[in-house]
Structure formats: structure tokens, C-alpha cells
Design a protein around this ligand. Structure first.
Ligand code: NAG
Ligand code: NAG
Ligand code: NAG
Length: 455
């Protein structure tokens, strides 16, 4: 042990971790107090966010998907021979890359100096989402999945003899920390077995469900972090439709119910979800699913973000629209940088656990490129314990919406669809103004011509 103490801190960490995994006897694993995570990292763009992540000094970093952008995105074209957009499109907007191209992109991501530094100081684990699975919005039908699983596990330096390389999908679980202070991290694969969107079929597939049940029934851990590439709690599609829809567990209502029921049935306490995918940060909470509040901390993206799509002077509009779109699950508090309590610039997730506090507290945060918290909430571990029954703690009274309990789809229509109404109304007014303008111009020209004739 004395010899080990001479090694730098990270090596000591690695030695303990490898011991934990190769020799599965009870081993004192280091106490985990800082975990960070992130998603949506365009390997070809600058990635200044790593500096802030390194400054947070996490012991563990979890990739939440779109770790690279592996597929090829064609420009939006509504006219011409190759139309990639609109109901009349005749050509896909996204196409998969070759294996060689995927390798090049992973190599680029892996060689980023900021990320390399993180890898030397922290354990890095993770899952994937659609763009590193290999194709936008793809699921089980995607035929590059076997090859791409190998490339993804290479990127994560998964040992060659790891069972994870022999299974169908990249789901995995890890346990850290000493007895009575254990943190279990489960990363799900929401791509490999996923049925088509709008099928209300399965996200995880039978084998992964069986595995997840064993993991949740298995050894006790004080905190269990479940990583899902797509959001679990927020169902923004319910309030942004029919304008646009996003991928989420909400789009697979039966599968989502099954997940909550499994957490209840296995009596697993201390579960916290983390997610990515949507290009903005958000913390949501659902109190009526299991016997205690379920949090979902969404960090997206490390690079890609909704606000960057707009020129700087117009970015306030994005925040205004976020604020205007109703949400029943979003955590709204004084810790938010913006009133909407979403964050649409590059960000990462930061979880800090204070094991010495009484009760033990967990700080859930979204931090910006400078490392400042832009969203945050403190949760005490004692809140995350089921109290007897599985039934909702306070079922909402009919007709009244209750924060953290009412589903978005149960909102009254006037509230639920107010974003769509606003957008359609604006488009109608603009269209009418345009038609009015044309009519005006035509009338003026005719009047002039008529006048000239008379003269
Ligand atoms: C990634 O970044 C590069 C360079 O800025 C850009 O050309 C490319 O379109 C980006 N890809 C995506 C998927 O945004
Ligand atoms: C989420 O919203 C979609 C779109 O409105 C809806 O079809 C689905 O049932 C919702 N899911 C849940 C769990 O409310
Ligand atoms: C949350 O916890 C942190 C320490 O982890 C503390 O500094 C902060 O004041 C707490 N915030 C609130 C709102 O309780």
C-alpha cells in the first residue's frame, strides 16, 4: 500500500478501479463525490468545454451519446433533384458513414487535448445516441450497428475480452465507493433494440430489460444513476407538437410506465436519471411515478446547442420560446441563469455528493463553458426513499394541473398547444400582410397605368 501512495492520484484511482473489476472480491473503492457527464460533441468543432469540466475535476465522466457525429448530414433542400426536406422530399437528409470514416471521426474526438486530459484524471464510461450509433433517429433496424458497437467500445477503451463486446448493445453497469456510500451507474442502450418511432413498442428490448431488472434487484447502493441518451421525464413533444417532435421515453408511453414500475417493484431507492440529446440543458422532476421524486438531469450539448443555430442578436427569441412553452416537470428555481430554466448554450452536467452532510445531499447542476452553474438543485438523499406505497404521493385533483405530477398531455388544450397557436398565428399574420402588400402594389400599378392612359 505504501508503494501505491507514491503514485500520482489518478494512477491510484486506476489501480483501485482495475482491482475492483478484475478481482471481484470486496475492495475498498474510492469514495465518489464528483461526477460529470455530457452529450452531443461535434468532433470537428472547437470543444472549449473540456477546460471547464477539467476544472470541476470529476472522478467519473459519463458520455451520454452523440459522442461523435458519425453520420453524414446533407443540406436542407426543398427544391431541385435531391429534395431532403418537406413532405415532397425524395432523398434522406442523413446517411451513414463508412467504417473508415467513423474511425477517423472517433480518432479526432479522442485526440482532443482537453478530453485527453480528462481521460488521464478521471474514469470515463458511457453510452451512445443516434449520431454515434451511426444514423439520425435510428433504432434496431440499422444495419451498421454491430460494426459501430465495436468502434464505440474501442473509443471508450473497453478491454478486448470484455463481455460488453459480446453482447448486443452497449448497456453496462458500474459500482463505485465503499460500503454504505455506494454509487451505482447504469448506462442504457436506447438504440440497438429500439422499435420504430410512433410504434409505442420497445426501447430496451427483452434481453436488456431482463438485465436491467437484475441490476436493480442486485446489490444495494445508496445512489443509482441511470443514464439514458434520450430524456426520461420531460415530454416536450406534448407541448411542441404538432410543430415538431423529439425523441424521448415519453414517445414510448408503455415502455416508460414499465421503467417506472420496475423501479417501484424492485424497491430501488435513490434513483436519479441523466440524459442528453436535445441540445439544451434542463432539470426535470416527476413526483408521481414511484414513491419518491424522480429527477432527470439533461445536459446537451458539450458542443451542439439550440442557441448557436441562431445569430447572436436573435438568441433571446429561443429563450422566449422556451419560457412560453408550458412544462409541468421542469425544475424552476432561483438557481437558473435564465427565467425559462433551460440552458441553450454549450454545457455539461455536474453532480456533487456531500456524504458528510446530514442528511447526505446531492447537488445536481448544469454548468456552462466557464464552469458556472446555470441550472441547479439540491436533493437530499432522504427525499429519494419510497415511503410505503407506490401510489402517487399527492394525485392531482381532476382539472387542475400540479407541478411535477400532471403529465404534459393532461394540460388543458389552450395551454398545451399555445406554442403551436402562437407560431401558426404569427405565420398567418405575416402571410396576410404579404398578400396585402402584393394586392396594394398591384392596385397602385394599375392605378398608375390607368392614370397614364387618361393623361
Ligand atoms: C461540426 O462542426 C463543423 C465545423 O464547425 C461543421 O462544419 C459541421 O457542420 C458540424 N456538424 C454538425 C453535425 O453540426
Ligand atoms: C408524450 O407526448 C406525445 C406527443 O403528444 C404523446 O403521444 C405521448 O403519449 C406522451 N407521453 C406521455 C408519457 O405522456
Ligand atoms: C446547495 O448545496 C451547496 C453545497 O453542496 C450549497 O453551497 C448551496 O448553498 C446549497 N443551495 C441551496 C439553495 O440550498
Amino acid at each position: 500500500m505504501n508503494l501505491l501512495l507514491l503514485l500520482p492520484r489518478f494512477s491510484l484511482w486506476w489501480v483501485s478501479i482495475s482491482l475492483l473489476f478484475t478481482v471481484t472480491i470486496a475492495q475498498d473503492s474510492p469514495l465518489i463525490t464528483r461526477i460529470s457527464f455530457g452529450s452531443c460533441a461535434n468532433q470537428s468543432a472547437p470543444q472549449p468545454i473540456w477546460e471547464a469540466i477539467n476544472k470541476f475535476d470529476p472522478q467519473l465522466f459519463i458520455w451520454m451519446g452523440d459522442n461523435i457525429y458519425g453520420d453524414i448530414r446533407k443540406p436542407i433542400k426543398v427544391i431541385g433533384k435531391e429534395r431532403t426536406f418537406g413532405p415532397w422530399r425524395n432523398s434522406p437528409r442523413f446517411i451513414p458513414s463508412s467504417e473508415e470514416e467513423m474511425k477517423l471521426r472517433y480518432a479526432k474526438a479522442k485526440s482532443n487535448p482537453g478530453y485527453s486530459r480528462l481521460k488521464r484524471n478521471a474514469k470515463v464510461i458511457g453510452t451512445w445516441d443516434d449520431h454515434d450509433f451511426g444514423l439520425n433517429d435510428a433504432g434496431k433496424e440499422f444495419d451498421h450497428k454491430v460494426t459501430n458497437q465495436r468502434l464505440m467500445l474501442d473509443f471508450l477503451d473497453e478491454p478486448l475480452d470484455s463481455p460488453r463486446r459480446k453482447q448486443a448493445g452497449v448497456y453496462a453497469s458500474y459500482t463505485f465507493g465503499p460500503t454504505n456510500r455506494k454509487v451505482k451507474v447504469i448506462v442504457l442502450d436506447t438504440r440497438y433494440h429500439r422499435d420504430p418511432l410512433r410504434s409505442d413498442g420497445s426501447i430496451l428490448g427483452d434481453t436488456q430489460w431482463t438485465w436491467l431488472e437484475e441490476e436493480l434487484r442486485g446489490q444495494r447502493s445508496e445512489i443509482t444513476i441511470i443514464g439514458s441518451s434520450v430524456q426520461v421525464i420531460s415530454n416536450l413533444s406534448a407541448t411542441t407538437g404538432p410543430l415538431f417532435y423529439m425523441e424521448s421515453w415519453g414517445r414510448f408511453p408503455k415502455e416508460r410506465k414499465r421503467l417506472f414500475k420496475l423501479i417501484s417493484d424492485t424497491k430501488r431507492n435513490g434513483v436519479i436519471f441523466i440524459s442528453g440529446d436535445v441540445h439544451f440543458g434542463e432539470i426535470t422532476r416527476y413526483d408521481c411515478a414511484v414513491g419518491y421524486p424522480l429527477y432527470d438531469v439533461t445536459s446537451s450539448g458539450l458542443v451542439q446547442s439550440v442557441e448557436k443555430v441562431f445569430p447572436r442578436p436573435l438568441r433571446f427569441i429561443v429563450r422566449l420560446l422556451f419560457w412560453y412553452t408550458p412544462s409541468t416537470m421542469r425544475v424552476i428555481n432561483d438557481n437558473c441563469k435564465f427565467k425559462a430554466c433551460t440552458y441553450g448554450q454549450s454545457n455539461f452536467g455536474a453532480i456533487s455528493i456531500d456524504w458528510n452532510a446530514n442528511p447526505i445531499t446531492i447537488r445536481l447542476e448544469i454548468r456552462d463553458v466557464n464552469g458556472f452553474a446555470v441550472l441547479g438543485t439540491n436533493v437530499s438523499l432522504s427525499e429519494l426513499q419510497a415511503r410505503g406505497s407506490n401510489s402517487p404521493t399527492n394525485p392531482p385533483t381532476k382539472g387542475k394541473s400540479q407541478r411535477y405530477c400532471t403529465l404534459e398531455v393532461e394540460l388543458p388544450g389552450t395551454k398545451r398547444y399555445r406554442l403551436a397557436v402562437l407560431i401558426y398565428f404569427t405565420i398567418a399574420v405575416l402571410a396576410m400582410a404579404f398578400v396585402g402588400l402584393i394586392i396594394g402594389v398591384v392596385l397602385m400599378i394599375t392605378a398608375c397605368v390607368y392614370k397614364n392612359k387618361l393623361d
